[in-house]
Design a protein around this ligand. Sequence first.
Ligand SMILES: [Fe+2]
Ligand SMILES: [Fe+2]
Length: 160
Amino acid sequence: MSTLTWSETLAVNQADMDDTHREFVELLAEVEHALDEDHESVGDSFQRFLAHTEAHFAQEERWMARIGFAPENCHAFQHRHVLDVLREVRTVIGTTGDAQILRRLVAELAQWFPAHAQMMDQALAETMSAVGLDPSTGTMANPPSPQQEAITGCGSSSCS
Ligand SMILES: [Fe+2]
Ligand SMILES: [Fe+2]
């Protein structure tokens, strides 16, 4: 069984984000499966996971920019840190030809993701709901006031 599996405790109740997060969990499970059962496909599985994660984070950051987050906010900072690690791992695998480093990465991402989803992505989903953002068109039913300062935290109550 995969280290990280989807459950409703991961849901943030924003349909696009939840769909993307289900795919994140599935693609991570494919990497893990390849490590255990199908070594030939590990590189491709990891590349699919990385490309999906780049698009996943970029999508959330477009929504953040749309609803008044500053470019430098702690949610986007956490995304950048994770992508730096994923790209570094890709380089290590390319250099050494040894994909076993992915075992540790899968375990760490399985720990990191639920906390990220429940705190930062949940806060983003709630802020999107508050401003009435339609993710497909970018329109907002209740846009923030132009005078409102850009949000530099992630918007969750535990974020200072
Ligand atoms: Fe996310
Ligand atoms: Fe996120």
